[in-house]
Design a protein around this ligand. Structure first.
Ligand SMILES: [Zn+2]
Length: 449
């Protein structure tokens, strides 16, 4: 699990999470396994709504409050608090279906950002910068703040109207039905927010503010669910399994390791697969590398062909200072899941860290492939820039660095490196065009300030 670091941000009732060893707060989390699980859960809902599942970006925000929202029309954002709290995959699918109802109903147009066309790293950077910029008194508002994303993000968290809520409920129930899931699960989610209808400062989840609950809304949905042809239908055992793993991994990475380990001590089945996963992650974070590796070996023995357990082993070894030993587990993970860009990024990072000129070409090819496949996050872009620099390709190194600064909402530095890339890359080449895009966005951000 990789975190995208930003300055401590506080957005409305959202909270900033301090990260040990840094002065930053972790905002967005990238993790191959969790993203894949969210993809498995959302795909049937998006298809039921007539949306291409690949057209919606699923983002995970490290925040213990309960919230999910749509950003820029094509990014669906989930707070870790919500992902951990919902104890059944159907409940999370219900939230996804409701948010999809807002997309399809066009309820977002009045909240739309003037950055709809932006994709990938830039969109993520804009979200991060908007979040950071929303923190009170933060003078260093990034690209997004300058582009107005901060106010747009605030708008996106404004309450939907009662009519919009009702229509999203009905559309969501239809998508649930088409996906073969009982819409009544949504009622369980809404009931969490009961009692939050009346605004009580500091004690209300953002979701309850942006999706106002009323007894009328509950009654309508209850009626709809009672008549549903999907009544009594649940998610497959496969979805239940991956959902449980997602919650275990998230809680082990976000709660204190001591708390996770204490809970495991009193668990009825401490050696279950899910509990072994919790133990592996908690021990890694203590840090207790040998204990963590023992747990991950038990997981691999249970599921020898699971790419994410091999990836976790690679991550534990790499982050414990055993980079050379991390290469083989990452290689195994890549061979089991060749389309997982973030895992390929991990392999590239481990290869690069060998500091062996004979392995640099492979490291560069691996990192390049990962970036092309969408694994761009700040630490990977830093590795990619280093790999290009070692290969003597200063133009592409500058481009990767410009992308990294765009991603973290630092337009001045993004612009400087974009110019370096433009000077060195062949005019009109894909890299040159990309650098020109970053230049344009960064210049706009700076001139709007
Ligand atoms: Zn809503």
């Amino acid at each position: 699990m990789k975190r995208l670091f930003r300055k401590a941000a506080a957005l409305g009732v959202a909270i900033a999470v301090a990260v040990t060893g840094t002065a930053s707060a972790a905002n967005l989390i990238r993790d191959a396994e969790i993203e894949a699980t969210l993809g498995k859960l959302s795909a049937p809902i998006f298809r039921a709504a007539g949306l291409d599942p690949n057209s919606i970006e699923l983002l995970i925000l490290q925040d213990s409050s309960l919230n999910a929202f749509v950003f820029g029309g094509r990014n669906m954002v989930f707070h870790t608090g919500l992902l951990e709290r919902l104890d059944r995959p159907e409940k999370l699918m219900g939230v996804m279906a409701h948010e999809t109802g807002h997309i399809i109903g066009g309820h977002l147009t009045r909240r739309a950002l003037n950055m709809q066309a932006m994709q990938g790293p830039l969109a993520v950077g804009l979200l991060l910068a908007a979040l950071a910029g929303a923190a009170a008194g933060d003078a260093q508002v990034g690209v997004a703040g300058a582009l107005g994303a901060e106010s747009a993000l605030r708008r996106s968290l404004l309450a939907y109207s009662r009519g919009e809520e009702s229509s999203a409920d009905q559309a969501g129930a239809t998508y649930m039905e088409k996906a073969g899931i009982d819409p009544a699960y949504v009622l369980d989610v809404l009931k969490i927010f009961r009692g939050q209808e009346v605004f009580q400062a500091g004690n209300v989840d953002p979701y309850a503010i942006s999706h106002p609950l009323s007894s009328e809304r509950l009654a309508l949905l209850e009626d709809r669910a009672a008549r549903s042809r999907a009544k009594g239908e649940s998610a497959s055992a496969d979805l239940v399994y991956w959902h449980a793993r997602m919650r275990a991994k998230l809680s082990a990475f976000t709660d204190s390791p001591e708390r996770t380990l204490a809970a495991l001590d009193s668990a009825a089945d401490p050696e279950s697969e899910i509990n072994l996963l919790r133990r592996a992650v908690a021990l890694h974070r203590l840090p207790n590398p040998s204990g963590s590796l023992k747990a991950v070996e038990q997981l691999i023995a249970l599921r020898p062909n699971d790419p994410y357990y091999w990836e976790l082993k690679g991550q534990i070894l790499f982050e414990s200072g055993r980079g050379a030993d991390a290469v083989e587990p990452y290689r195994r993970a890549v061979s089991l899941a060749p389309n997982e860009a973030l895992i390929r990024g991990g392999l590239g990072r481990a290869l690069l860290a060998l500091n062996d000129p004979a392995r640099d070409a492979e490291a560069l090819a691996t990192l390049e492939g990962a970036a092309l496949a969408g694994a761009s996050e700040p630490s990977m872009l830093r590795d990619l820039a280093l790999a290009y620099a070692r290969a003597g390709d200063d133009g592409k190194a500058a481009l990767a660095t410009a992308e990294r600064y765009a991603l973290t909402g630092q337009p001045r530095d993004a612009l400087r490196h974009a110019h370096r890339a433009l000077d060195q890359l062949p005019v009109g080449s894909p890299g040159w065009l990309r650098a020109d895009d970053i230049r344009a966005v960064a210049e706009r951000a700076l001139s709007d300030k």
